[in-house]
Design a protein. Sequence first.
Length: 230
Amino acid sequence: MGFRPLPPLGREVVFLMLEAAGGTPSKDLDAKSFLGVIKGDTETHRDATFALNTGDKDMNRSPARAVRTAKYKYILNLLPQDIFKTHITDAGGEDGLFYWRSWEKLAAGGDVHAKEAIDRYRHRPAEELYDVEADPYELEALTALGRSLLEDGRTVQALEAFARVLRFDPEHTGALYHQGTGFARQQQFDQAVQVWERVIQLAPNGPFAAEARSRARSARDLQNIFAAAG
C-alpha cells in the first residue's frame, strides 16, 4: 500500500494535535499550528489563505484557484466558458439540492431574483477580485454587476441587483443612481426622479450628483411629454 501525503489542512491539524498534547512536531512537517488562535493568544493564523477546486469525477467539474487576505479575495476560474457545476446543483441525492431546487422553482415561476441568482452561480467570469475590507458585503461588485446588466439591455435583472444592494445599504448612491437609469428605461419616470433626488439629497457634491440633477430634469420633461400625449 502506497503512502498518501496529507493535504495542507490535514498536516496543520496533525501539527495542532501534537502541540496541544504537549509534543514537539517534527521540523520536517510543513505546517503551522493554529493552537494560539484557539487559546486566544493571537487573532490570526496566516496572512493569506489559499484554496483550490480541481474536480471529482462527474460532479465538481469547475476548477478554480483562490486566495484570500484580510483585504482582498481573488478567484481564478479555469474554465469560465463552462457551466459552473457542484454538488449543490447536480448531486444525485439531496446533497444541497433542496434549496437549489427551490430557486429553480421560483425562477420558473418568474421570480427575477431567483433567475439572477441562478445565472450568477452558473456563469462565472475568468477572474474575480473583491476588496473585502472596503466592501465586506461585496456591494460594489454587485453594483458593477447591475451596471453590466444595464449595458447588456437586461434592465429587469439590473434593477434586481441594485435592489439587493439597497437592501443592505439604503443610502448607496451608486446603486440609487443606476437604479434611476433602469427606471427611466422602463419609462417609470416618477420612480427615476425620486431616486435621483435621493442621490442629490444624500450627496449633493458627490460623484453622481451633477448627472442625477441633469437626468432628473430630463425625466420630468419626458414625463410631461407623455402626460400631454396621453
